[in-house]
Design a protein around this ligand. Structure first.
Ligand SMILES: [Zn+2]
Ligand SMILES: [Zn+2]
Length: 285
């Protein structure tokens, strides 16, 4: 039974990602409307009432828009930090669940550790390290920059979902005002293709097998440019084996599947050598 990650939608018009393992089905953000989230879940064969939990990264509308209604309609708990709950303009979720930075919690069938990232929501923004039966998943959208905490938490992961918001030069020549450009490019704004490429060259963990590019700007980026910048960084660091998936805003992105590896036997510790213990190992007290 594999672990499945499906980006239902990603970008400034709304974000939602589904993580599944058997009966465990967790949504990260419900920034699409409740109706659209429902439609996209059904399109991939998932009944919305079978979602086991919602976790929220931060209180920007493109991450929370449909969450309260979705929670009420299908009776699903919403996990958010206390500070995010305090400023959420659309409270009235069916049931609140906790979320504390740097504290691992069992949520909806997954072990989730939120940690703070650099972004300009009024309450803290979190990214997630998620432990699954198939290994670690790192999830970080809406980050102005990578931090040492993010680099440390993402290093042992198999799958990363990371922001690749804009091409730096397209942002600069684009239609936004100077103040908006400064906000997006700032340390509490959004991660550029180039900043993600730097992370890949300098900090990508050896165990990472797939990178999902998320929260692409439709104004200041192109999927082809984001993918190319990422692939060039992977090739430059000898990691062209890593798969790159570009997520979409207006439709469901292809599901990423992580197969659960069989438990390692003792002989795997010494590849090519047969290990035989000639004596009984005494039980320790
Ligand atoms: Zn966002
Ligand atoms: Zn945001």
């Amino acid at each position: 039974m594999p672990v499945l990650l499906t980006v239902l939608g990603s970008g400034s018009a709304g974000n939602a990602t589904l993580l599944q393992y058997g009966e465990a089905r967790m949504l990260i953000d419900v920034g699409l409307s409740c109706r659209e989230t429902t439609r996209r879940l059904r399109a991939i064969g998932v009944a919305p009432e079978r979602v086991t939990a919602v976790v929220i990264t931060h209180a920007h509308g493109d991450h929370t828009r449909g969450a309260a209604r979705f929670s009420r309609r299908y009776r699903i708990p919403v996990h958010a930090t206390a500070a995010t709950r305090a400023i959420w303009p659309d409270a009235g979720v069916w049931s609140w669940g906790g979320l504390d930075c740097d504290v691992p919690a069992d949520i909806g069938g997954f072990r989730v550790t939120p940690f703070e990232v650099s972004h300009d929501a009024d309450a803290e923004t979190v990214a997630f390290h998620i432990e699954t039966a198939a290994g670690g998943i790192g999830f970080a959208t809406d980050i102005g920059m990578t931090t040492s905490a993010l680099r440390t938490r993402f290093r042992p992961c198999r799958l990363l979902v990371m922001e690749s918001n804009h091409a730096a030069d397209l942002l600069q020549v684009g239609p936004y005002s100077a103040s908006t450009k400064a906000r997006i490019a700032g340390e509490r704004g959004h991660l550029s293709n180039e900043a993600l490429a730097r992370f890949i060259r300098e900090d990508l963990g050896a165990s990472v097998e797939c990178v999902v590019l998320a929260h692409l700007s439709r104004v200041n980026n192109l999927p082809e440019i984001a993918a190319l910048t990422c692939r060039e960084a992977l090739e430059a660091s000898g990691r062209s084996d890593v798969r790159v998936v570009v997520s979409h805003q207006d439709r469901v992105t292809e599901t990423v599947r992580l197969d659960v590896r069989p438990a390692r036997s003792g002989s795997d510790l010494f590849p090519g050598r047969q290990i035989a213990l000639p004596f009984q190992v005494p039980a320790t007290s």
